[in-house]
Write a protein that binds this ligand. Structure first.
Ligand code: FES
Length: 144
């Protein structure tokens, strides 16, 4: 039921953990199941993601999605990272079973919240709407 790529990222997840003194933190819960993903990023002076890590309290599909999104955006510009959608993550994994598609929402949403958190912390609120036109609603960056 899961692709080999999902199983690979689940059994050998990349970029697990939490960056200390991260430039941006995003955390989001899944309204369907209550699982949670937290993504921390550091951003270099060229507005590129220098490092990204995740922690997921959730199912295998959520772990695999989070792991995949960190690989997709490592070293990429904030604009590129912001353009990564939930469905792109699921596609990159070779697809997820229909009843597990909601699990992929955590990864991109948490990443986008981390980017928002970074921009706000840098006093660049005005750019949030441009960089992230479809920010997930009602889940602000966590207190940390
Ligand atoms: Fe909760 Fe998959 S069942 S994220």
């Amino acid at each position: 039921m899961y692709t080999d790529l999902v199983m690979d990222h689940f059994t050998n997840p990349r970029n697990v953990g939490e960056i200390e003194d991260a430039d941006g933190v995003g955390q989001i819960g899944n309204p369907v199941c209550g699982d949670v993903t937290r993504i921390t990023i550091t951003v270099d002076t060229g507005d590129r993601i220098a490092d990204v890590k995740f922690k997921t309290f959730g199912c295998g599909a959520a772990v695999a999605s989070s792991s995949m999104v960190t690989e997709m955006v490592m070293g990429r510009s904030l604009d590129d990272a912001a353009a990564v959608t939930n469905s792109a993550v699921a596609e990159a994994l070779g697809g997820l079973p229909p009843n597990k598609m909601h699990c992929s929402n955590l990864a991109a949403d948490a990443l986008h919240l981390a980017i928002q958190d970074y921009l706000v912390k840098k006093g660049r609120q005005a750019e949030v709407g441009q960089v992230l036109p479809s920010l997930p609603k009602d889940h602000g960056p966590s207190s940390h």
